[in-house]
Design a protein around this ligand. Structure first.
Ligand SMILES: [Zn+2]
Length: 496
């Protein structure tokens, strides 16, 4: 054998034995179900922002390491951000179509906190083993109220909040006896796992201040927060500031926490003062939080009580600031009155918030990002149901530099988790990239991420969201939706 040949033979032997070691050594058994390899991991809670490998096992995060990890499957995340999955505290679209649009926007947990649901047990059962994203809801004060006033659900057991907010129920004041029934029903809903109480106060002109105060007293008994669409959006007295003052006063006097829904569309031009008031209350130890969606137009139904009386003067808006979502047309006095009469549940987009106000709220300290997205009924709706989170990351962080990537991610992950975790044990495992946390993870390209949904074409997926995992299962992979997977789990409270 020549030297050359000997070298060749020995190197072949070496390669073979190396291969057999790889094939048969016990080290080859994969330690993890999936390893997300080489991504830039950002965890706003711990402050971690570094290249790491993340090992997942049985739906949980089991390792975060600088070293290579062995997995049954490796997901190369080089050049991508690996963040906790986004938690949306304001998701009206509790179906898998709405879930899919939100998943493509990076959301892994979508909760209906403002309007809530009722009865809780039947609602949780309706989504069991059948949900794309993690789901949960508050006890709906509006629905419970309509039920106590004699409303029967249109849809089997579950009443929609739209039915509950129809004139007839929403305009009635409660007798002391009916108020007792309402409190009792809310209490039962909390015992069934409700994530607090949701109050659509702006849609309930019959709800007196004393009624809302009683609901806060119940919430205080259980140390749970009240999520409210405050009484009025108005620049005229009683204005949006007075609406906020009512809720701050309820928190101070009862001890129950308040979460103010969509501060942008609640306050309009008064948002700067209202944010100051919320921060002032917080600095004095009052547990109050708020959220915003990154759009200057709101979305609601045309039959809503907010469009009665002198609404144009109060909101500072005209007919032509309203857009009928079914056709995309701007309204006039004639079409407004026609649609409000013929199709009161039909939805409208309302353009009335200045950019500066939305900028201030999106970048404001401790203000969470929440979509207020709808259910895409008739394939129509507001773009926020598809684009909220990517819009913040693409336009407010990357293009305009109004806040840092880590600050923005905190508003979408750990802040909403912490809002609930005192009485919702599951939330201690969400909103984090940490060992033991649920494997709810969003992997995106920070250079590409942006919303595509517009007012005229709202059902457009965001781009730049590459992979989304819910409890360790891909719901988005290689920027494509995965069908026929239902990894979403219930998020429920545990109260005393
Ligand atoms: Zn609202």
């Amino acid at each position: 054998m020549t030297d050359m040949l000997r070298k060749l033979v020995s190197s072949i032997v070496l390669v073979c034995s190396f291969n057999s070691i790889l094939l048969f050594s016990p080290l080859q058994a994969a330690d993890f179900d999936l390893v997300i390899q080489g991504g830039r991991v950002i965890d706003p809670l711990s402050g971690l922002d570094a290249i790491r490998n993340v090992g997942l096992r049985a739906g949980k995060i089991s390792a975060i390491s600088k070293n290579l990890l062995s997995g049954k499957e490796i997901l190369d995340a080089t050049g991508l951000i690996v963040a906790p999955g986004f938690i949306d505290l304001h998701a009206h679209g509790q179906n898998n179509l709405a879930n899919e649009y939100q998943a493509r926007d990076g959301v892994t947990t979508a909760l209906e906190m403002e309007m809530g649901v009722y009865p809780l047990k039947a609602w949780y059962a309706s989504r069991e083993d059948n949900a794309l994203l993690n789901y949960g809801a508050t006890v709906s004060h509006s629905i419970v109220r309509a039920k106590a006033l004699g409303a029967e659900p249109e849809n089997k057991q579950l009443m929609s909040y739209k039915q509950a907010l129809a004139p007839g129920y929403s305009t009635q004041e409660l007798s002391p006896e009916t108020l007792q029934d309402v409190i009792q029903l809310i209490d039962e809903g909390l015992a069934e796992g409700g994530l607090g109480v949701g109050i659509g106060l702006a849609y309930l002109p019959g709800a007196r201040r004393s009624e809302i105060y009683s609901v806060y007293q119940l919430a205080a008994l259980h140390y749970i927060p009240v999520f409210v669409h405050a009484r009025v959006t108005s620049v005229k007295e009683p204005d949006s500031i007075s609406a906020l003052q009512e809720l701050i006063a309820n928190s101070v006097t009862t001890g129950a926490a308040t979460h103010i829904c969509h501060i942008g569309s609640l306050g309009g031009v008064q948002v700067p003062t209202m944010l100051e008031m919320i921060m002032g209350a917080r600095s004095r130890g009052i547990d109050i939080s708020t959220e915003v969606y990154p759009y200057t137009a709101a979305h609601t139904f045309i039959g809503a009580a907010i469009f009665s009386g002198k609404w144009r003067e109060n909101i500072g808006m005209d007919y032509s600031d309203l857009q009928w979502t079914l056709s995309g047309e701007r309204l006039s006095k004639q079409t407004f009155e026609k649609y409000r009469k013929e199709n009161p549940q039909g939805s409208v987009i309302a353009y009335f918030m200045p950019d500066s106000v939305v900028d201030l709220a999106v970048s404001g300290r401790n203000v969470m990002i929440a979509s207020d997205g709808g259910d895409w009924e008739n394939n129509a709706g507001h773009p926020r149901g598809a684009g909220t989170f990517s819009r913040v990351l693409g336009r407010y962080v990357r293009e305009r530099g109004l806040l840092s990537l880590k600050e923005a991610l905190a508003k979408m992950t750990i802040l909403p988790a912490q809002r609930l975790e005192k009485f919702v044990p599951a939330m201690k495992r969400k909103g984090r990239i940490a060992v033991g946390a649920d494997a709810d993870i969003t992997v995106f390209d920070a250079a590409e991420i942006v919303d595509k949904a517009s007012y005229t074409k709202p059902m457009q997926y965001s781009i730049g969201v590459k992979h989304v995992l819910v409890n360790g299962v891909f719901v988005v992979r290689n920027a494509e939706s995965r069908k026929e997977v239902f990894p979403g789990k219930p998020v429920m409270s545990q109260i005393n």
